[in-house]
Design a binder for this molecule. Structure first.
Ligand code: ATP
Ligand code: MG
Length: 655
């Protein structure tokens, strides 16, 4: 990627935002944390592990003797559910609200830590009655309701690893994941509310369980949420309200080894067949608790935290279920979509609960931008003091909008880079320390070692681009791919000896701050230059007529790859607009240089996205190269691809 440097600083962001003085003065974590961690990384993490309540405190920190199969805190024992629930009640915080649940249809309820302790204990007792034993896998296929978090904690309490499958996935996708993990019980609901209507879940479970390889599922535990009719298999299906409600509210948690499996989570499949990422207990909980405390500056007594991710993604695991609850936080859980029943729904929720910390994704921020500034302006968002972003590189345009229209030009934005595999945040500004730059994840967190290397694994100098790698093991790292150690080695540890390769391209700016450039599979090679899809997309979105853009490189006889852009226009712009495509191409050339000028620009109505909102560029590449589409099972709406394919022939613009 040596040529990266020629382009990499063209989309330069000169602005910097220093932390608000008051936040900096009272910050949970100061610049000293970087020094402490740099002086002795392992004792830094051993210190962070003390945030947890261990039944047996660990004396060992890291065992890397069988690298890259890590063991953290191996001789310690703890129970995750005890850490997330019971200990807060024992500490006199039973009356503190753990979860403010907001249903899509306007119903709401709040659960205190004492409520959560009773509910988790009952659910754990019910799972025991259903024969769930330590080590058994439990699949969870649920809407965003409190029972989902309760179910996860009940599994954790029993040492039964859960595999949460996003409720938007099809029966096939669910079946593959049930088979791969060999689940014994499935926890689901009749349905949940989406876009104002009940959306069924149970039929997909019924269908999944007709597929070969799912025979070991003994029971399906069903929460009644929507009240819709459900098919019933006697002997297999049981209602939550029958089975869980009658259980004892007492359950004594057992402590498990720090390396006991906590959950399996399949990656979202942006780049190919999903991988069952395995996370374990002590190291995972240590890093999610620490990062939630440090990166959001969480003050559990006064903050109201809201992570808008679905619990079916790692963000929901680490920053809805485990991090906030381990820290005794009060958080919001919202069932539905941001535009139901109106496009101000999120801001209404922020106002209602006085949300102080909001954690969301660039795709959602761009949608809100498209809907208009006047919508958030109608609500009181003054409670917000820290804003987070995750999931994709956030383009400077969206970053600035988020800051201005949601954060009142004051709340720091933490752009957090991490993956299902890393389990917790890895790169991010700290809100009380870092002078932030729009669009950059900036620096590794204290205790994390990351850098950017070239093809030969040499660290690149400031101002140059290459591959993002993690150079030291970290507590919440994946331990393997479930059932496939070899794939774990091949996927993450074979590209650069002794280093974890994250799959993402990145650059360092002149200050050494890191900017994510998208997946390396997405980096384009044009006439000998490496060009990042992210940068061309950012340049397109910085044009006033473009709401969203996806860029891919398509094979081209002259230039190796040619840049193809798919753009969604803003409200007033029209695809028939004479000269629009030329105008956009000229804009990119002016922003990034002529080499980055897209060869083709196609206005489209929608882009293919995974259910977590990420653009699936590999499908657009298939389209641009006239190939059959690859696996579309993780796509939100596969008809989007038909629309795009139909548009292809005439829509190009050639030089
Ligand atoms: P798959 O691995 O199956 O292709 P996925 O990578 O989309 O799916 P996740 O683990 O949810 O699944 O996403 C992690 C990826 O998301 C990162 O590797 C990176 O590409 C992107 N990402 C996450 N946060 C950020 C961020 N703050 N800035 C830039 N990219 C980010
Ligand atoms: Mg990935």
């Amino acid at each position: 990627m040596s040529e990266h440097s020629s382009l990499s600083n063209l989309l330069k962001e000169e602005r910097r935002f220093t932390p608000p003085a008051e936040l900096a003065a009272n910050a949970n974590v100061t610049a000293a944390a970087y020094e402490q961690a740099a002086a002795d990384r392992l004792s830094f993490w051993a210190e962070q592990a003390k945030r947890l309540s261990w039944e047996t405190a660990p004396t060992q920190t890291l065992d890397w003797s069988n690298a890259p199969f890590a063991k953290w805190f191996a001789d310690g024992k703890l129970n995750v559910a005890y850490n997330c629930v019971d200990r807060h009640v024992e500490n006199g915080l039973g009356d503190r609200v753990a979860i403010h649940f907001e249903g899509e249809t306007g119903d709401s309820r709040s659960l205190t830590y004492a409520d959560l302790q009773r509910e988790v204990s009952k659910a754990a007792n019910a799972l025991i009655e259903l024969g769930v034993r330590t080590g058994d896998r439990v699949a969870v296929y649920m809407p965003m309701i409190p029972e989902t978090v309760i179910a996860m904690l009940a599994c954790a309490r029993l040492g039964a690893p859960h595999s949460v499958v996003f409720g938007g996935f099809s029966a096939d996708a669910l079946a593959t994941r049930i088979q791969d993990a060999d689940a014994r019980v499935v926890i689901t609901a009749d349905g949940g509310y989406r876009r104002g209507k009940p959306s069924a879940l149970k039929p997909a479970v019924d269908e999944a369980l007709t597929k070969p390889g799912t025979e070991n599922v003994r029971n399906v535990l069903v929460v009644r949420r929507t009240g819709q009719d459900v098919a019933w298999t006697e002997g297999r299906d049981v209602w939550w309200h029958d089975t869980v409600e009658r259980q004892s509210e007492q359950h004594t948690p057992e402590a498990f080894d720090a390396e006991h499996p906590l959950f399996i989570l399949y990656t979202s499949g942006t780049t190919g067949k999903p991988k069952g990422i395995l996370h374990t207990t002590g190291g995972y909980l240590t890093q999610v608790a620490y990062t939630h405390h440090a990166v959001f500056d969480l003050k559990p007594e006064t903050d109201v935290f809201w992570c808008t991710a679905d619990v079916g993604w790692v963000t929901g695991h680490s920053y809805i279920a485990y991090g906030p609850l381990a820290n005794g936080a009060t958080e919001v859980l919202y069932e539905g979509t941001p535009d139901t029943p109106h496009q101000g729904r999120w801001w209404e929720i922020v106002q209602k609960y006085g949300v102080t910390i909001l954690y969301t994704a660039p795709t959602a921020i761009r949608a809100c931008m498209k809907w208009g500034d006047d919508i958030p302006a109608k609500f009181d968002l003054s409670s917000l003091r820290v804003l987070g972003s995750v999931g994709e590189p956030i383009n400077p345009e969206a970053w600035m909008w988020y800051r201005k229209h949601i954060g009142a030009d004051a709340a720091p934005i933490v752009d957090t880079w991490w993956q299902t595999e890393t389990g917790a945040m890895m790169l991010s500004p700290l809100p009380g320390v870092t002078a932030t730059k729009p669009g950059s994840a900036q620096v590794p967190l204290p205790g994390i070692a990351a850098t950017v290397v070239d093809d030969d694994a040499h660290e690149v100098p400031d101002g140059a681009g290459g591959y993002l790698v993690l150079t030291e093991p970290w507590p919440s790292m994946l331990r393997t791919i479930w059932g496939d150690d070899q794939r774990y080695l091949d996927t993450y540890w074979s590209r650069f000896e002794g280093k974890y390769f994250a799959g993402d391209g990145a650059k360092k700016d002149e200050d050494g701050d890191i900017w994510l450039l998208g997946r390396v599979d997405d980096v384009m090679l044009v006439s000998g230059h490496n060009i990042s899809t992210t940068e061309v997309e950012s340049a397109l979105v910085s044009h006033p007529k473009v709401a969203e853009a996806a860029v891919v490189g398509a094979t081209d006889p002259q230039t190796t790859q040619a840049i193809c852009a798919f753009v969604i226009l803003r409200g007033t712009a029209s695809a028939d607009d004479e000269g629009l495509v030329d105008e956009l191409r000229a804009h990119v050339a002016q922003q990034l240089g002529p080499i980055a000028k897209p060869k083709r620009i196609m206005p489209v109505a929608e882009l293919p996205k995974t259910r977590s909102g990420k653009i699936m560029r590999r499908l657009l590449r298939d389209v641009a190269e006239n190939r059959d589409l690859g696996d579309v099972s993780t796509l939100t709406d596969s008809s989007v691809m038909d629309l795009i394919q139909a548009k292809l022939p005439g829509a190009s613009s050639e030089d």
